[in-house]
Write a protein that binds this ligand. Sequence first.
Ligand SMILES: O=P(O)(O)OC[C@H]1O[C@H](O)[C@H](O)[C@@H](O)[C@@H]1O
Length: 664
Amino acid sequence: MPFRPSHSLLDCELLNLASAFCQLQLPFFFIPLVEMASTTLICDTQPWKDLKAHTEDIKKTHLRDLMNDKERCESMMVEFDGMFLDYSRQCATLETIDKLYKLAEAASLKQQINRMYSGEHINSTENRSVLHVALRAPRDAVINSDGKNVVPDVWNVLDKIKDFSEKVRNGSWVGATGKPLKDVIAIGIGGSFLGPLFVHAALQTDPEAVEFAKGRQLRFLANVDPIDVARNIAGLNPETTLVVVVSKTFTTAETMLNARTLREWISSALGPSAVAKHMVAVSTNLTGITQGEINSSLIITNHRLNGKNFLQWSQSVLMVIRGRGKLGYINGEIPRPTMADPTYATWELNNSIVMAWLINSMEGHISRTYLFFKTAKDMWDAVKENYSDLGNASQVFEIKLKLKDIRQGTLEVTHYYNNLKILWQELDMYYEADWGEGLEHNRFMVHLNNERLYEFLAGLNRELDEVRGRILGRSPLPTIGEAFAEVRREEKRRLVMMGDSKEPKPMTPISNRPTETSALISKGPQPQKQRAGNDSGSTRPWCSHCNRVGHTKEKCFKLHGYPEKKQKDNKTAMLSSTTADDVLDVRLTKTQLETLHKILGTPTTHGSLATQGDSTLFHTYTPCHNKSRIRIADGSYSPVAGIGEVQMTENFSLDKVLHIPNLS
Ligand SMILES: O=P(O)(O)OC[C@H]1O[C@H](O)[C@H](O)[C@@H](O)[C@@H]1O
């Protein structure tokens, strides 16, 4: 049996090329393979031309006749290290082989192979060496790349792979629910698909491998085809499945997309944290893996479709899909080309990306139903049909409720207006009525503007009454934008003129707004505007003698003396904060007191304004000196232990609240 160790494998490679050359008529097959030292293309060399002419001759001889040539057949069989290779059943003669050698010489193939073995950077696109041989080298071999022996690194990774594989096989590596991983899906394309596939094919008849593989399935996912995905996961349980993503670069679009799709399959069934237990990556791009390339860009919205929020969801996903120039895949403007069409692959890829976007923006129980659609348009149409009319009324109702409650409160006008605008925009998504382009449409828009204008004006604070009146007095009413600008100007003017200041605070629903109650227990000189009764609608009396609110000059204790008599059964509780030189009278109705007690969470009997003996209720607290006391309804005095601020809710606090431990 002829044995040509130095050429045997080269023979096969060359023969494959020759075979393609003859049968498939690919005249330029060699061009990208070998670049000549000179600028001469391989197809311009004499050996190429000879080989090309020779292929015409070979075609005239039937393989049956070639097989009758004993010498030829024996020459085309080789054995090496237990492997037997018979390539005699190819459309080639010994002359073909000779011509192929000549071509190889012309292409400096041997030198190129030597360059590869010596670790030169023959991969010019990635500027790196190509050392697959190092993967098969024994532990003690030395193969240098850029002056470094790469064999120990290779074995380090091989050991890790072995260690992990054994853990999976012996069941010590379990899935998120504690079950051993039984089945494997390998994701990868090109070399990252064929490599594992060939190993799998080679081991399929190995008895030991067969034994280990019993009860397990290995599937390969390479294409970006939803049918392929469906076929891959059909019958597999995510709880017992391991997904291996194989990609040298970890950037290949098809692989990344398939990886994300299966990531979603796992996380929607078992939760996002399960991914770490059910997915592993084999790659040279450690950064790509650790930066979570799989996780990121397929999530396009935080508004996940939950079955009741179609309009919100559809607005947000459409916005992104439109922004990325892929709306045509949803509305059918970019239809599916035939498979023969050169644009088919691009269409297929984009269609799958859009489908993945949609799937990833749905809650798990919903996305599961749509996983097997073939086109993004079909998927979109089905979702729309199922969910577009569900839940709108309740969503609209919720927004209306919020609109009803919203007031300026402690907010600046701009902040308050923006809060309103967000709600209006949300509401707009639910207005599906088509008002056309003409008069009807204009009328509707004016009506809508006016409604919103009233809403805006109604929630403004009273200090903006004047500008509010001015705006309402106009006919026709201004647009909401104009009105906002005017109110904003007025607010600014007031800030400048009156030194008014406002800290921007979050939206204040009416239920959280400060009420009159807080004014009733505030202490200290009151601004003039309160006296005029035009702040917060206050109509409380004002004393021109002591310059305080809460009583008139006729009832001023400072002027007429303090009452001695106890009023045990008085329906109105009277609180007086008294210091040595200062008295403040504040009247509260019983209902107001009870309301305040409720807010403060303190006993409601005749009660203390603040807590009895518990100063921890206060957000800020200053102890009062001994002489501070208040006068209560029965005419007696109770000492004030302290004064401070009580935080009632997140948005509302009571300032200058008195702490009266012995008020009951
Ligand atoms: O392993 P990857 O970086 O994911 O690349 C996978 C494949 O991508 C493309 O299809 C290239 O043409 C192939 O040569 C490569 O094998």
